[in-house]
Ligand binder design. Structure first.
Ligand code: ADP
Ligand code: ASP
Ligand code: MG
Length: 412
């Protein structure tokens, strides 16, 4: 008898017909006494629609993060009630539970909450009664009992964390593609499905924009040592296993130095021009941003005018943090007597990821060469142990991602 956590994303439960077919599939595939915990997202684009609704009240609704969470958690509540009714209609007992009801406790960082504990006794009780337990993803509650969401895509994290807390035998993430690919298959038609990928490579891909998994969910998988199977809701083909290391079967895949290409369009470039090139300036800028909870990603300081001791600082933030970053930079730029602050929203970060890059010096040149051949100019470059990222102007993203992908995964 296995305990299995199965997560279904928004597109998998977008309509009542799809909810019924998910319930049918689960019952068809359920073996004997298997205990099933379902984690579901809001139907289709419900979360985006709720955000638009809030924008009807205030153009910057994230100024009210607590109220945003009160609003956004309703999306998942709709889908769990409907899916539980679907199971019962098909003759199997089921019960829907919200994040707080499954004991998922978070900190108080509304809209970007982090899980601090899970005490899932209620889930065990309901499973022991023979129920399929249908849990609302993306949500928990803080010490006050307020609903708190886990950031966009957070149902993945709910599922993996719950699988860990329940000691589940496996965790399956069902979505609208057949697994994790060597690039977003919607942008790169020749992308290859990856059979196995390590937690660290998947985490890097996810952080660099591969939206198929929320980065935090991959961290959770590694902490709890739970293999995660990413697969399709609409076909039965096996997908991608995210795990600690490769099995012998994947030795061929391992021969690629690059595991995948990720891209992220949720990026804004900020340039602070004409600031003094003296100790403490970088600290002032990035300390102020950190205090406002703005994550800074790529950073470049240029040597502009050595005689006048003046420099420019260029960095990137997520588009979602732009309002906060703008407010902070207005004050800081005044303090530092900067000559100007330029903001460019239409930029994209393209990255290659793979542990095989370590000690492989030709990789960077190949990526730059591929972008050059596609006529794409690189604005900022950054590296980590297992990735290399280039910031480019928006507008040619598809060509750029395909060019880099073709370089490392030549079409047969
Ligand atoms: P869900 O609603 O099921 O959580 P998401 O939209 O969050 O689905 O994630 C699935 C999407 O992730 C795919 O439709 C695909 O466009 C995108 N994606 C981005 N990068 C990758 C990748 N490397 N492999 C697979 N899918 C990717
Ligand atoms: N519904 C939430 C979102 O759209 C959570 C999720 O789908 O994982 O971000
Ligand atoms: Mg998702």
């Amino acid at each position: 008898m296995a305990l299995i956590v199965k997560k279904f994303g928004g597109s998998s439960v977008a309509t009542t017909e799809k909810i019924m077919s998910v319930a049918k599939r689960i019952l068809d595939e359920k073996k004997g006494n298997d205990k099933i915990v379902m984690v579901v997202s809001a139907m289709g684009d419900t979360t985006d629609e709720l955000i638009s609704l809030a924008k009807g009240i205030n153009g910057e609704p994230y100024k009210f993060p607590r109220e945003m969470d009160m609003l956004l958690t309703t999306g998942e509540q709709i889908s769990i009630a409907l899916l539980s009714m679907a199971f019962q209609t098909l003759g199997h007992p089921a019960v829907s539970l919200t994040g707080p009801m499954v004991g998922l406790q978070t900190d108080s960082a509304y809209t970007k909450g982090r899980i601090v504990d899970i005490s899932p006794e209620r889930v065990h009780e309901e499973l022991n009664k023979g129920n399929i337990v249908v849990v609302a993803g993306f949500q928990g509650s803080n010490h006050l009992g307020d609903p708190v969401t886990l950031g966009r895509g957070g149902s993945d994290t709910s599922a993996v964390a719950l699988a860990g807390a329940l000691g589940a035998d496996s965790c399956e993430i069902y979505t609208d593609v057949e697994g994790v690919y060597s690039a977003d298959p919607r942008i790169v038609p020749s992308a290859r499905k990856i059979k196995e990928i390590t937690y660290s490579e998947m985490l890097e891909m996810a952080r660099l924009g591969a939206g198929v998994m929320q980065p935090r969910s991959v961290e959770m998988g590694e902490i709890f040592k739970i293999p995660i199977h990413v697969r399709s809701t609409f076909t039965k083909t096996s997908g991608t296993i995210i795990r600690g290391d490769y099995s012998m079967e994947s030795i061929e895949e391992k021969s690629f130095v690059i595991r995948g290409v990720a891209h992220d369009e949720n990026v804004t470039k900020i340039a602070v021009l004409g600031i003094s090139d003296t100790p403490g300036v970088a600290h002032k800028i990035f300390d102020a941003l950190a205090k406002a909870n703005v994550d800074v990603d790529m950073i470049v300081q240029s040597m502009r005018n050595i005689e006048k001791n003046i420099t420019d600082m260029v960095f990137t933030v997520a588009n979602d943090d732009l309002t906060k970053a703008k407010e902070v930079m207005e004050t800081v730029a005044r303090d530092l007597n900067a000559s100007n602050v330029l903001i460019e929203e239409n930029v994209t970060k393209i990255s290659i990821v793979g542990a095989g890059m370590l000690g492989n010096p030709g990789i960077a040149a190949r990526m730059f060469g591929a972008l050059a051949k596609a006529g794409v100019n690189i604005e900022i470059i950054s590296t980590s142990e297992i990735s290399l990222s280039c910031l480019i102007k928006g507008g040619h993203v598809k060509e750029a991602v395909n060019a880099v992908h073709d370089e490392f995964f030549p079409k047969n």
